[in-house]
Each structure stands twice: as structure tokens, then as C-alpha cells.
Design a protein around this ligand. Structure first.
Ligand code: ADE
Ligand code: ZN
Length: 359
């Protein structure tokens, strides 16, 4: 799926553009090769003969058809080292894509339900992320996400099980999210647990308007008080909601390859990212579950350039939005904005020179 036809110069430019990735499920970064290695290491049987056979199974017709495989694949993650190795593999790949900051979602219920301790999950990811922060200078935050197909009581119990670790991981764990099967699991189901998380001072996000209706986006804002919407592409179906997203500059973390692979859209040219961006929505581009959807963050940017006609300037705006929509403190955002504008100034667009403005 990643484009090879588009001018290599644009890919090179986008790769080195400083950007944040704000919608990434760490379990969705588990590449088949590593999944097989962890299965062997842990004596877990995978129902596929080879890496190629597993990849062939990645043909989805809905969010649920993907989630079934994704939760099964996470079954190879048992030890602290497994969580470390998976996280390190993603961070190495993110570095190649010019990612300077990442906000990583993880699903503890997928692991604790199998008997893996909450501490094991945190410890493995944190060891990798702290190492990468000092060795590569890439910063990261963790967003603990509740599975919406389970009950609110289960989410509350998961929160309580994680809270004793908050102090130990306070440099990383800053947010709470909501993911898994959207249809039939409206945001309102989690209103009390999100209220508790807000009172505890966590930053809040939720998947909404991916497969579910625009109403779920409004409910995520009104009933859960989230600051950012994961996906949100179906917001376009409600003109009032769309205007609110624009007026309040509520960020959407859009994942084009994910939408294509899960058949939210039928083809890339049908994606509404360019329309949303041009209407003034604070849209960002992200990879969601790159090991399953055929591309990392830069692949997503390039596919948008090719299929939606995004200009180089619009790609820069997407990177700028990713920094603006992050949960970084203002000083760190400003450093990234400066690096971004310096990079753009050092790499002028010879075909379309800027006519003034920030870039
Ligand atoms: N968990 C991992 N990827 C997801 C997605 N795209 N939507 C909902 N839950 C998810
Ligand atoms: Zn997601």
C-alpha cells in the first residue's frame, strides 16, 4: 500500500519533517515477525504456519474483524521483556519517520484478563520509552485505554488497579482513552469512569466517529469531556458538530490507512481528510495499528499527498497540527514549532515558493 510512485523527494521531505504521532496502539505495532518470535519464546501456539500466512489473514471487512485478530495476536505478550521489545521496535521505526513525540495507547484489559500483571505491562513499555528519550531524544506519553466492549465496572476496576503505579510512571502515563468496538458501545456508557479520570487530572481522549455515528463524537465531547477525538471522520455527517470542531479547534487524530483497511472508506481518494483540513478542522495524520494496516505514519502522509492531492504546505500543516494537538507543555511545543519552521525554511519548495505567513 505505501506509495512508491510519488516523487522520492517529497517522501524524503516528509520523513524529516518533525512530527508527533498521537494515535498509535502499541499492540497494533506488533509486526508478524516479532509476534512469531515472542510466540516461540513464550511457547504460545499461533494458528498460522508462517509470517506470510499471518499477513494473508490481514484482510478485514470491519473494525470487529480486525479486533478479533488483534486481540488474539496480543496473546503472545507475556513478560516485561516482550512489552519492552515491542515498544522498542515501534520507537526505532518512528525515529526513521521523523517522529519527535508520540502518545501511545495501550489496552491493559487485553493483558490483565490473561493473567499478565498491570506492572509488567507498564514496566516493559516504560523501560523502552525512557531509554529512547535519553538515547534518541524522542519524548512519549502513555494513554491507558479502556475497552468499550467491556463494562464500565471493568474499566473502573482497571483504573483502580493501575492507580498505585501512577507515581512511578508519572513521567509517561498522562492520559486515558477509549477504544475497541464502537457500534453499540456509546461514550455515555463510560461517563462515570471518565469523570473520575478527569477529577484525577488525566488528559482525556476517545475513539468516536470511526464506524460509529457523529452523535458519538458529540457524546464523547459532552459526556466524557475529552479534549481530542480519535478518528472522528464521521463528524462530517453533522454540520453543527463539524462547525463546533472548527470553532473550538478540537483535534481529530485521523488514520487514513486504518479507515481504508477497515472499510470505513472504499478507496483512498474517498477519504475526507483533505476536505476536513481545508474547512479548518485541526486534523492530524497517524498510523493507528501500523503492523496490521500496511504503513507507518509517513506512509499515511504520502498516501494523502498522492490520493487526496495534499500540497507540500498542507503536509507541513498536518505536522504542525500534530505538535499543537499533543499534550506536551507549551515550551516543548514551541521548540518543535521552531524546529519545524527552520526545517521548512532550509528546504524551500522550489515549485511553489511561499507567499508569506508562518511557513
Ligand atoms: N484498537 C486498536 N485499533 C483500534 C481502532 N482502530 N478502533 C478501535 N479500537 C482499536
Ligand atoms: Zn485507534
Amino acid at each position: 500500500m505505501p506509495d512508491t510512485a510519488l516523487q522520492p523527494a517529497l517522501r524524503t521531505f516528509v520523513r524529516s519533517l518533525p512530527k508527533a504521532e498521537l494515535h498509535l496502539h502499541i499492540e497494533g505495532s506488533l509486526e508478524p515477525e516479532l509476534m512469531f518470535e515472542l510466540a516461540r519464546r513464550n511457547g504460545v501456539d499461533l494458528p498460522y504456519a508462517s509470517v506470510d500466512a499471518l499477513r494473508l489473514a490481514y484482510a478485514f471487512d470491519s473494525l470487529q474483524s480486525f479486533l478479533d485478530l488483534y486481540y488474539a495476536g496480543a496473546g503472545v505478550l507475556i513478560t516485561e521483556r516482550d512489552f519492552h521489545d515491542m515498544t522498542m521496535a515501534y520507537m526505532n521505526r518512528a525515529k526513521e519517520d521523523g517522529v519527535v513525540h508520540v502518545e501511545i495507547m495501550f489496552d491493559p484489559q487485553t493483558h490483565t484478563a490473561r493473567g499478565v500483571a498491570m506492572e509488567t505491562v507498564f514496566a516493559g513499555m516504560a523501560r523502552a520509552l525512557r531509554k529512547v528519550r535519553s538515547s534518541m531524544g524522542i519524548t512519549s506519553y502513555l494513554i491507558l485505554s479502556f475497552l468499550r466492549h467491556l463494562t464500565e465496572a471493568d474499566a473502573m476496576a482497571t483504573l483502580e488497579a493501575a492507580l498505585p503505579l501512577r507515581e512511578q510512571y508519572k513521567d509517561l502515563w498522562i492520559g486515558i482513552g477509549l477504544d475497541s468496538g464502537e457500534r453499540g458501545n456509546p461514550p455515555g456508557k463510560f461517563a462515570r469512569v471518565f469523570a473520575r479520570c478527569k477529577a484525577l487530572g488525566f488528559r482525556l481522549v476517545a475513539h468516536a466517529g470511526e464506524e460509529g455515528p457523529a452523535d458519538y463524537v458529540r457524546d464523547a465531547l459532552d459526556l466524557l469531556q475529552v479534549e481530542r477525538i480519535d478518528h472522528g471522520v464521521r463528524s462530517e455527517e453533522d454540520a453543527l458538530l463539524l462547525q463546533r470542531l472548527i470553532d473550538q479547534q478540537i483535534p481529530l487524530t485521523v488514520c487514513p490507512f486504518s479507515n481504508l483497511k477497515l472499510q470505513v472508506i472504499k478507496s483512498m481518494p474517498q477519504h475526507n481528510l483533505a476536505r476536513l483540513l481545508r474547512l479548518g478542522v485541526m486534523a492530524t495524520v497517524n498510523s493507528d495499528d501500523p503492523a496490521y494496516f500496511g504503513g507507518y505514519v509517513v506512509d499515511n502522509y504520502i498516501a494523502c499527498a498522492e490520493h487526496l492531492g495534499l500540497t507540500r504546505h498542507e503536509l507541513v500543516v498536518l505536522a504542525q497540527n500534530s505538535i499543537a494537538a499533543s499534550f506536551l507543555p507549551p515550551e516543548q511545543k514551541n521548540e518543535h514549532f521552531q524546529a519545524l519552521s527552520a526545517y521548512v525554511a532550509e528546504n524551500p519548495d522550489k515549485k511553489n515558493p511561499p507567499r508569506g505567513g508562518f511557513f
